[in-house]
Design a protein around this ligand. Structure first.
Ligand SMILES: Cc1cc2nc3c(=O)[nH]c(=O)nc-3n(C[C@H](O)[C@H](O)[C@H](O)COP(=O)(O)O)c2cc1C
Length: 242
């Protein structure tokens, strides 16, 4: 199609990396590209914390699963929604920061767009990435290890490095299952994904994982709630979630 679309369509998460270090210049280029993502009213409600300290990385790796790649990837970032700067600016202007759920949502959306732009930039430079939702297993510990202040919401981690594996691409739903015209489609059409279910089962089998259809994976995952204390944590960081 074109090199940008080809790059996007070639994405797969990378979970094993070579030891090759990432030059700071590449990191700064990727972060600058991340910053150019659209941001709600230019509030730029995000930051990322690069964690280099081996002890911190080992602790984060442990609480994220354990997931060894968090300790071993050449670079690891914690991606955060960030309202702290906004709060400080209001304080210093002698005004009261007064935001509700919208501000939390904006920070999550802004941080996700920032991170994905950063990811695409890294991938365009030949790096592989893996997002790490596992850090939400224990956010109070993440806060303690990295001394995260009020107003900052750790959302997910990001491992980056030169790939030491070439995994098969994970298939996605057919385009017409996510691209609707004018109206949301009817429930039968939403769940008519037999061909995709078969393709997904084959994909898992090819990876040596337990072969399950996508629908089976979803039925398993969505009937077991996880990470039950996230609301309490984000509220304790200053978010209003009502
Ligand atoms: C926010 C987020 C959190 C994720 N957390 C993890 C994680 O903790 N560990 C992991 O191995 N993969 C993680 N992933 C990677 C997904 O499993 C992966 O993107 C998905 O299965 C699709 O595969 P692909 O990226 O190879 O196309 C995460 C992805 C996202 C977007």
């Amino acid at each position: 199609m074109n090199p940008t679309v080809d790059l996007l369509c070639a994405h797969r998460s990378i979970r094993r990396f070579t030891d090759e270090p990432i030059p700071d210049e590449h990191v700064r280029t990727a972060v600058a590209a991340g910053q150019m993502a659209s941001t709600s009213s230019a509030v730029q409600a995000y930051c990322c914390i690069r964690v280099r300290d081996p002890e911190s990385r080992a602790q984060l790796a442990e609480l994220a699963g354990p997931q060894e790649k968090v300790a071993r990837a050449p670079a690891f970032f914690l991606i955060c929604g960030d309202t702290r700067r906004h709060r400080l600016i209001c304080d210093r202007a002698g005004q009261t920061y007064d935001q509700k759920l919208e501000a939390f949502l904006v920070s999550v959306i802004d941080a996700s767009l920032f991170a994905q732009n950063m990811v695409v930039a890294f991938e365009s430079m030949g790096y592989g990435i893996c997002y790490i939702g596992g850090i939400r297993n224990n956010l109070p510990a993440v806060k303690r290890i990295l001394e995260i202040p009020e107003g900052v919401y750790p959302l997910f981690g990001l491992c980056v490095g030169k790939p030491a594996e070439t995994p098969v691409r994970r298939p996605r739903l057919p385009i017409d299952a996510v691209l609707f015209e004018e109206r949301y489609c009817d429930d039968d059409a939403v769940t008519s994904i037999d061909a995709y279910d078969a393709q997904y089962r084959d994909y898992l089998a090819s990876r040596g994982a337990e072969p399950r259809s996508w629908s089976e994976s979803i039925a398993h995952r969505m009937t077991h709630a996880s990470r039950l204390n996230l609301g309490d944590f984000y509220r304790s960081q200053g978010a209003v979630l009502d």
